[in-house]
Design a protein around this ligand. Structure first.
Ligand SMILES: [Zn+2]
Length: 106
């Protein structure tokens, strides 16, 4: 699930892990109890918070045998019916790539 950022009129900041569907649910301020606003600027500064518009099917790392399939499933990967891993965010994509032995190069 993605992390959403919130900011309050009093200056307090908070982060919350939520489903995409509940991203705009009220977030009470931990210090003054007013309702906080989404801080989309803060969200954009962290790539792990970015959700893909459409989940991507990662055909390049689709398991070719049962052991690879089991490894992905054990790691909590979402799979299509055809057995292709699905990533809903950059964070998840990188996690799955790392899991199967790809390393991010910067
Ligand atoms: Zn506040």
């Amino acid at each position: 699930m993605p992390i959403y950022c919130f900011v309050c009129e009093c200056g307090a900041r908070a982060e919350d892990v939520r489903t995409m569907e509940s991203r705009n649910m009220p977030m009470p301020c931990p210090s003054c109890y007013r309702e906080m606003d989404r801080d989309t600027v803060a969200e954009q500064t962290t790539t792990t918070m970015k959700e893909f518009h459409t989940p991507i099917e990662m055909h390049s790392i689709a398991p070719t045998n049962q052991a690879e399939h089991d490894q992905l499933v054990r790691a909590g990967a979402e799979m299509t019916r055809e057995g292709v891993p699905v990533a809903r965010s950059r964070h998840e994509k990188m996690r799955l790539l790392k899991l199967v032995g790809f390393v991010e190069k910067n």
